[in-house]
Design a protein. Structure first.
Length: 324
């Protein structure tokens, strides 16, 4: 049996992406075959397309890390059956009509949540929970500085910080994005384009106890200066470069923790735990209207190149999704 999927003619720009007919994936024990209704677009997809973030061993080389859809086939024990509406995180393969989803990573889609909305949740919220709760150990009253606050992960992290009783600070690159961050609950914001050094401003606000940073190298010195004693700096990307000088005296005297973090290579045990956190702690707050689903735009699968160009333009407020 065949399906339509976005494949690549080598690493590079958006012109390498094309829609082709290929064989359907075959689920193994503990997996489900899902007919995809929508798939999230993530910065990791861009980096993989460019050839810098290959799929893990055994994962589909097709782009796409989060989907929503309808279960068509179940192998082994699972709490879902054919016909169920689900969404969840995949290691690859989301930009296709069918994808294999591990049963333990699947979440039942609430009836009042649209397909595109559901597909926008797993990567952003599971990344935010993993880094703020499990790694960052954020507690009530602490302050989180969230760089790229208007991104999918950033918008989730701002809201999660507030849910945990913390203070959220955010950076972004336009007045529109800063307003968006404040609407989500950031109490202090700044435009990174207007500042050569942001640490004096952050210290004026009381300093950060935890920083979530997708920028990397170019922000390292300012991040270290912004942190309070016993602060934690978590790198989730290197858009600003992979190399930087490290002031070990700051790390030593302030007892700082620096940690790199990627979600995709984590075990299904960890991802399953994060899926349950999303299901049990975040979905109810969405239903109650406490948390906002930050869906910026929806593109047809045929327009995947446009979706990637839009993400690369850095104009989105929240998530970009492909809909089938």
């Amino acid at each position: 049996m065949t399906m339509k999927a976005v494949v690549q003619a080598g690493a590079g720009g958006v012109d390498t992406l094309k829609l082709e007919t290929i064989e359907k994936p075959i689920p193994q024990d503990g997996q489900m075959l899902v007919r995809v209704k929508a798939a999230g677009v993530n910065r990791a997809d861009i980096v993989q397309r460019e050839g810098y973030y290959p799929a893990p061993p055994g994962a589909s080389p097709i782009l796409g890390l989060e989907v929503s859809g309808i279960v068509e086939d179940v192998r082994g024990h699972a709490r879902f059956k054919p016909g169920d509406a689900v969404f969840g995180l995949v290691a690859g393969g989301g930009y296709a009509e069918y994808v294999v989803l591990d049963s333990q990573l699947a979440i039942a889609k609430p009836k009042d949540l649209g397909w595109a909305e559901a597909a926008s949740l797993p990567e952003a919220w599971m990344t935010a929970w993993f880094n703020l709760v499990e790694i960052g150990k954020l507690v009530e009253g602490e302050a989180t500085l969230i760089h790229a606050g208007a991104s999918g992960v950033g918008s989730a992290a701002i809201q999660l910080t507030r849910l945990l009783g913390g203070r959220a600070f955010a950076s972004a690159g336009s007045a529109e994005k800063l307003d968006f961050c404040q609407q989500l609950g950031a109490e202090q914001v700044y435009n990174w384009r207007d500042l050569s050094a942001f640490s004096p401003l952050v210290r004026q606000w009381g300093g950060a106890d935890l920083i979530l940073d997708p920028v990397g190298g170019s922000y390292l010195a300012e991040n270290l200066s912004s942190l309070n004693p016993d602060g934690r700096l978590i790198f989730i990307g290197i858009m600003g470069g992979a190399q930087a000088k490290l002031n070990l005296a700051q790390v030593l005297m302030k007892r700082l923790t620096l940690r790199g973090s990627t979600l995709r290579p984590q075990s299904n045990l960890i991802k399953g735990r994060l899926a349950r956190a999303l299901e049990e702690h975040i979905l109810p707050t969405i239903a109650e209207g406490v948390v906002r689903v930050t869906l910026d735009s929806v593109y047809a699968l045929d327009d995947v190149r446009d979706a990637h160009m839009y993400m690369e333009s850095n104009r989105n407020l929240g998530k970009i999704v492909l809909e089938f």
